[in-house]
Design a protein around this ligand. Structure first.
Ligand SMILES: NC(=O)c1ccc[n+]([C@@H]2O[C@H](COP(=O)([O-])OP(=O)(O)OC[C@H]3O[C@@H](n4cnc5c(N)ncnc54)[C@H](O)[C@@H]3O)[C@@H](O)[C@H]2O)c1
Length: 286
């Protein structure tokens, strides 16, 4: 029989940015102690302010059974990895760069005891390659949270080549304890979400290129016909055309020509039409 690994009572988060702050928020609301590690004291203080703000907003919106002061009393922010020492789970959410991530994970491994679970929130880096940098690959997996974490309902649980069965079977239950729904995916480029989301968006772009329909009508077809909350081109504008181009190039290199970025995407990015953040993408956001 496989022994289940209990929900972590103390969690470390490396990188308290957009995603790490959201991950800390989720574990604080679920009752865990959380230690957030940042690059320096100033970044640690900024992370603390961001997380305190998002816990306050959750309480104002009526999060049940959460006492703001009590929850923030369980939050520690620091610039040193010593704060991770007694964590049962450490989630890495630093920049999307292999070397930065591998270094953060190795330092976390050196700062914690055997049996401490290490997770990466990477959206695209191979977990197999990250786990090769570690000496305890059985304790490692991917926990791919979605942005913005406090209101997103999904976490992809990504099983790395060395992940132990006990961990693979326990992690989905942790995600449920956070009030989110887990989907379990084998370590493969783009996991489930990015691969399918980008596949749909690239085909929608090719349809615009071929004059099949306007962006508005293509999005309406998916929103009204398939109940997608936001069509593939509007979603691309919100995510950023440059971000999607990067993912498409990575998936094309890993999975083949079917992810080759369409000409219209490359041209828009070259013109600086990056979507909502630049004021124009497939839509005019000005
Ligand atoms: N933003 C998204 O929509 C999204 C969604 C899913 C996954 N992700 C992934 O989450 C990760 C973080 O993304 P983000 O959007 O939160 O980025 P971000 O830039 O907002 O945050 C990264 C944080 O990590 C800190 N950091 C960097 N190196 C560090 C180190 N060595 N030690 C401690 N802290 C360090 C930075 O100071 C920064 O605060 C990336 O891997 C990204 O691909 C992002």
């Amino acid at each position: 029989m496989i022994e289940e690994i209990g929900f972590p009572g103390r969690v470390g988060v490396i990188g308290g940015g957009r995603m790490g702050g959201g991950i800390a928020h989720a574990f604080l609301l679920a009752g865990s102690e959380v230690a957030v590690i940042e690059r320096d004291e100033a970044a640690a203080a900024a992370a603390r302010d961001r997380i305190a703000g998002s816990v306050r907003r959750s309480v104002e919106r009526g999060a049940e059974g959460v006492d703001e002061a009590e929850a923030l009393g369980r939050l520690e922010t620091a610039a040193g990895y010593e704060a991770l020492a007694s964590a049962q789970l450490v989630v890495e959410a630093v920049f999307e760069d292999f070397r930065v991530k591998a270094d953060a994970l190795r330092r976390a491994e050196a700062s914690t005891a055997a049996g401490t679970v290490l997770a990466s929130n990477t959206s695209s880096i191979s977990l197999g390659e990250l786990s090769a940098a570690l000496s305890r690959p059985a304790d490692f997996l991917g926990l791919h949270f979605f942005n913005p974490v406090p209101v997103s309902a999904l976490v992809e649980v990504v099983i790395a080549p060395g992940t132990s069965r006990a961990l693979a079977e326990s992690a989905p239950e942790w995600v449920r304890r956070l009030g989110k729904t887990p989907v379990v995916v084998r370590d493969a480029p783009g996991f489930a979400s990015s691969r399918l989301g980008v596949a749909l968006a690239l085909e929608a772009m090719r349809m615009v290129e071929e004059g099949v329909a306007s962006p508005e009508d293509i999005d309406a077809a998916m929103e009204l016909g398939y109940r997608h909350p936001s069509g593939p081109l509007r979603t691309t504008d919100i995510v950023g055309l440059d971000v999607r181009l990067g993912i498409a190039e990575y998936l094309a290199a890993q999975l083949g020509d079917r992810f080759e970025p369409p000409r219209i995407l490359r041209e828009k990015v070259a013109r600086g039409e990056l979507g909502k953040k630049s004021g124009r993408g497939f839509y005019d956001w000005a």
